[in-house]
Each structure stands twice: as C-alpha cells, then as structure tokens.
Design a protein around this ligand. Structure first.
Ligand SMILES: [Zn+2]
Length: 152
C-alpha cells in the first residue's frame, strides 16, 4: 500500500472558524455549515500549478463517516511555509467556494450544499481584501508557485 497521504488538520479547522467569524458579512450564509479540514503530503499538481487547497462537498453517503458538509484539503508544506495573511487568504478563498442553497421542493424546503466556481482566477471580494496574494506565496519546489485549486 502507498504511504499515508492525508492527515488531520485541527489548526486549519481553527483558522476556518476564525475566518468565518472575521468575515461574517461575507460568510453569513454558511456560518452554521460544518467544515472539516485535512492536510495532504506531498503536493498535488494540476497542469503546471501546485494545488494549495481544494474544497469539496461531503456526499450524503460519506456523511455517515464525516460529520461535516464540506471538506477542505490543504497542502501541508505550502501551509507551513505561508504567513498568517496568506493562510487567511487561502481559507477565505476556499470558503468562497462553499455555498448553501435552499430549494423549494414538493416535500418542502430542502437545503443543498454545493461548491461554486471562481469569478476569474479568484473571487472579486478576495481580490479586494487580499490583492494578488498568490504571487507572494513561497516557492517550495520546481512547480509554478501560483496556487490553483479545484472545486468539486
Ligand atoms: Zn479556488
């Protein structure tokens, strides 16, 4: 079997809660949503770019095992080398992918979790708050240093 790749990330989960609170106006809609975070080692690449973080919804099936609505995966070396502002910007970015939608159905109101794509390479309010923060991310390997992620 392959070596273990994923680890628990309680400090990322604390940062998620801190960012949710700090930017309450932005994340008002998802403040009651459950988040779990995991670290990944080593890095994962998408094309030429190394992935600093990615976000996915937890399916109804997987919710039996994971007590959360969204799972945020963070590249551990990238996280450890980032400063406080970069960590905040990364979490802000990942949280912007998360959306809760109330849908009217025949059986009544149904709450649906989903991830949303970028406005461009990021989100408008992310750029307003943090500028082009990805440009200053530390260079840790031969990959292009700009982080790019996916939302599944
Ligand atoms: Zn993204």
């Amino acid at each position: 079997m392959d070596e273990k790749k994923y680890f628990e990330a309680p400090d990322v989960e604390r940062e998620i809660q801190r960012v949710l609170e700090k930017y309450n106006d932005t994340f008002y809609n998802i403040r009651k949503v459950g988040f779990k975070a995991i670290y990944r080692i080593p890095e994962r690449c998408r094309g030429e770019k190394v992935v600093y973080g990615s976000t996915s919804t937890v399916s109804e099936k997987m919710r039996l095992f994971i007590d959360a609505d969204f799972l945020i995966e963070i590249w551990k070396d990238g996280w450890d080398a980032s400063n406080e502002t970069q960590k905040e910007a990364l979490i802000f970015h990942e949280l912007k992918h998360c959306e809760m939608e109330e849908k009217e159905t025949k059986k009544g109101l149904k709450i649906v979790m989903k991830t949303v794509p970028h406005h461009f390479e990021g989100f408008v309010d992310e750029y307003e708050k943090f500028g082009d923060w990805r440009n200053d991310l530390p260079e840790l390997n031969n990959n292009e240093k700009t982080g790019e992620d996916e939302n599944e």
